[in-house]
Design a protein around this ligand. Structure first.
Ligand code: ADP
Length: 269
């Protein structure tokens, strides 16, 4: 039989509108230019690993999505909602507080240093945002929090305070706390880098589970290359404030000829 000359069908993802769009995003802190024209689309359910040397701007990129930083130039669109845009006269306009709150409600973020509320039990840590932000009834919030804490393997620690937990357990609480809000996008900022090596595995296992559930878009800033390979649909390499390389894990980790990437790989353990 003659080989077909037809192009292979594109993955479904290609035809789907991005849930996140960075368009020519620049960011300076004072005189320091940290991001220099970032263009990045993230599709719903896509898992993107952001890698790159320390100081290359990875955290700034995801903090902008959480509206914790504003760009100096460019646009960021989340779920068709514009966070900032440039008017025709060149003036930069920030979306209203209400609008930004809506966007934040669609995003969950897990930080390197857990950021749990130390005076609350881990159950309360996971109930407070649904009750106060989403106005979920207390009984429902408690049920959701218990389910999520069981899912991350902490069903027997509900009444413990963060100080009574290991770093890995704290990080699992932080994930449960973000997940109870049912975000469309989850951001993970080097969530294993403050952990003792023996605790890294349990945290990665939870992220793996979340990724397998499939529905959320995920952006992971990570230096765990093997983990990025396993979990990511796409790896984006940031260097000195620009996207210097991107592609599938295979393209980036095995077949890239990019010299900056090669020198970065020499530095990571
Ligand atoms: P990465 O996550 O890749 O390590 P960051 O996004 O944290 O990089 O930081 C990029 C650069 O921006 C660094 O040089 C950092 O010092 C600088 N930076 C980040 N946040 C601030 C801030 N709030 N004020 C001043 N400089 C900052």
């Amino acid at each position: 039989m003659e080989a077909s000359t037809q192009a292979a069908p594109q993955p479904v993802l290609d035809s789907v509108e991005p849930i996140v769009k960075y368009e020519n995003v620049h960011k300076s802190f004072g005189e320091t230019k940290v991001l220099k024209g970032i263009n990045l689309d993230i599709k719903p359910a896509e898992k993107v690993a952001l890698i790159g040397p320390s100081g290359s701007g990875k955290t700034t990129i995801i903090r902008m999505l959480m509206t914790l930083e504003e760009p100096t130039e460019g646009e960021i669109i989340v779920d068709c909602q514009n966070l900032w845009h440039m008017k025709k006269d060149g003036k930069f306009v920030r979306a209203s507080e209400k609008h930004l709150r809506n966007v934040r409600g669609e995003i969950g973020m897990v930080f390197q240093h857990f950021n749990l509320f130390p005076h609350m039990t881990i159950l309360e840590n996971c109930m407070t945002a649904p009750i106060h932000v989403k106005k979920t009834k207390r009984a429902q919030a408690e049920q959701d929090a218990v389910e999520m804490l069981e899912k991350v393997g902490l069903g027997d620690k509900l009444d413990n305070f963060p100080s009574q937990l290991s770093g890995g357990q704290k990080q699992r609480v932080a994930m449960a706390r973000a997940l109870v809000m049912k975000p469309k996008i989850m951001l993970f900022d080097e969530v294993t880098s403050a952990l003792d090596p023996e605790l890294v595995g349990e945290v990665l296992a939870v992220i793996r589970d979340i990724a397998r559930d499939g529905e959320m878009a995920m952006v992971l800033v990570t230096h765990e290359m093997e983990f990025a390979r396993e979990i990511a649909d796409r790896i984006v390499f940031l260097d000195k404030g620009v996207i210097a390389e991107e592609g599938t894990p295979c393209e980036v980790l095995e077949h890239s000829k990019n010299e900056r990437l090669a020198s970065f790989f020499k530095q990571v353990p």
